[in-house]
Design a binder for this molecule. Structure first.
Ligand SMILES: Cc1cc2nc3c(=O)[nH]c(=O)nc-3n(C[C@H](O)[C@H](O)[C@H](O)COP(=O)(O)OP(=O)(O)OC[C@H]3O[C@@H](n4cnc5c(N)ncnc54)[C@H](O)[C@@H]3O)c2cc1C
Length: 384
């Protein structure tokens, strides 16, 4: 097969952000006469992650949502809060279902080309962007890149880096131990060992759940430390016999590093590479759904592509990261205060950065004031 080398749009990276953008383009007639190239180094034929996100509106990926919860649990030594999510639902997507679904739709469209090649460089001249892979070089009027080439966030002096790192096991237990109607958002009632550590539990049935032993901290642990944490948690639930059906792991950078400064006329960075991971939580998938929608609108209007910028929410995230960076053990208290003093709906709106009439300030006001004020003062006087 001879592959053409010139395209209207090239999407480098076909994970969450790249495929969501491709999917949106495939569903909009405006793009039917555009030539679109999607390049990923991997075949994307493994269930390599489970995405959860909240929504109160119908999404474009209803077909691949495999589970919805209407209740979530927050737990810590100071607080146990089981909250109804309405008007939101908390939704689960298995990545393999999403990859297969989008690949099939793109394969049926003659204006999409999908290539499995490793991208090694992206650059631009006055007219176009160029994508160099190990096999060839492709020219595009616009490139949307989700490959994390910019590693500058790792040792940036201005913005602290906290990692959200975890190992997750999907387990099947002998006997009923889970409530399939309720997802456990954060259970801090586990040894903190000087960090911010919690268990995240997504039950699908009474005897099957995904449990992720998660830290918001700087340094990774040995794999056994995460899996021992899961075993201990299961033991405390009374589980003696279980089978591990699937495993996943991840490390999501939590940082206010402005990835979008790398955007240029013909190249825009999207997904984690575009700074779409919410710095204070690591949630990225919902952002990717919202932001790919904005990009499609901007392309259709012919307006400047804007993928992310600094807002007051960016500052709130920065303060939380400063706090966790200085005292990593304080996370459990901070998140407890957040869940104690705010409704779940206000928290979702706050994390979505869509709080209206400055209701975000009310949410922030309900957090421990002394700690946040100190972090703000330290930022202002330049101590951080
Ligand atoms: C296990 C796990 C669970 C997660 N769960 C959630 C969750 O529940 N909710 C949530 O909001 N977020 C979650 N996240 C965070 C985030 O949503 C995901 O990491 C998401 O996949 C990020 O999307 P992305 O497009 O930026 O990156 P990716 O999905 O990782 O896509 C990047 C793509 O680039 C490709 N690539 C890499 N290098 C090259 C190269 N040189 N050339 C060509 N292609 C290349 C990769 O193969 C990949 O397909 C999770 C992350 C992980 C790892």
């Amino acid at each position: 097969m001879v592959t053409q080398t010139s395209y209207d749009y090239i999407l480098t990276g076909g994970g969450a952000a790249g495929l969501l953008l491709a999917f949106r383009m495939s569903q909009d007639k405006y793009f039917d006469d555009k030539q679109i190239l999607l390049i990923d180094a991997s075949a994307k034929d493994q269930n390599d992650r489970t995405w959860c996100f909240w929504s109160k509106e119908e999404t474009i990926i209803e077909d691949v949502i495999s589970k919805r919860w209407n209740k979530v649990l927050f737990k810590s030594p100071w607080l146990t809060a089981s909250e109804h999510t309405q008007p939101y639902t908390y939704n689960k997507v298995r990545s393999i279902d999403f990859y297969n679904h989008v690949h099939a739709i793109l394969s049926a469209k003659s204006n999409f080309t999908q290539l499995q090649e490793k991208v090694i460089d992206i650059y631009e001249d006055n007219e176009n962007a160029r994508v160099k892979t190990t096999a060839s070089t492709y020219v595009g009027k616009q490139v949307f890149n989700s490959v994390l080439f910019d590693q500058g966030y790792k040792n940036d002096q201005k913005y602290p880096l906290i990692n959200q790192h975890f190992v997750g096991w999907t387990v099947k237990t002998d006997g009923d131990f889970f409530d399939p109607d309720q997802a456990t958002f954060m259970d801090f009632d586990i040894p903190q060992k000087g960090n911010t550590r919690f268990m995240y539990v997504l039950p699908t049935t009474k005897n099957e759940a995904l449990l992720e032993y998660t830290l918001f901290s700087k340094d990774m642990l040995e794999r056994e430390a995460y899996t021992d944490g899961i075993k201990e948690y299961l033991k405390n639930l009374g589980v003696t016999n279980f089978e591990v059906v699937e495993e996943e792991s991840g490390c999501i950078p939590m940082t206010c590093y402005p990835f979008w400064i790398n955007n240029s006329t013909h190249i825009n960075h999207i997904g984690i590479a575009g700074g779409w991971a919410k710095a204070s939580t690591g949630y990225t998938f919902r952002n990717a759904m919202l932001k790919t929608n904005e990009i499609v609108h901007q392309l259709k209007k012919g307006s400047r592509i804007k993928t992310k910028s600094k807002t007051r929410f960016w500052l709130y995230d920065l303060l939380l990261l400063d706090i966790l960076n200085n005292n990593n053990a304080v996370g459990s208290k901070l998140f407890s205060a957040m869940f104690q003093n705010n409704s779940l709906q206000d928290i979702f709106a706050f994390l979505d950065e869509e709080a209206h009439n400055w209701s975000d300030l009310k949410t922030l006001w309900n957090m421990p004031k002394a700690i946040f004020t100190k972090a703000l003062v330290n930022r202002i006087i330049g101590r951080y």
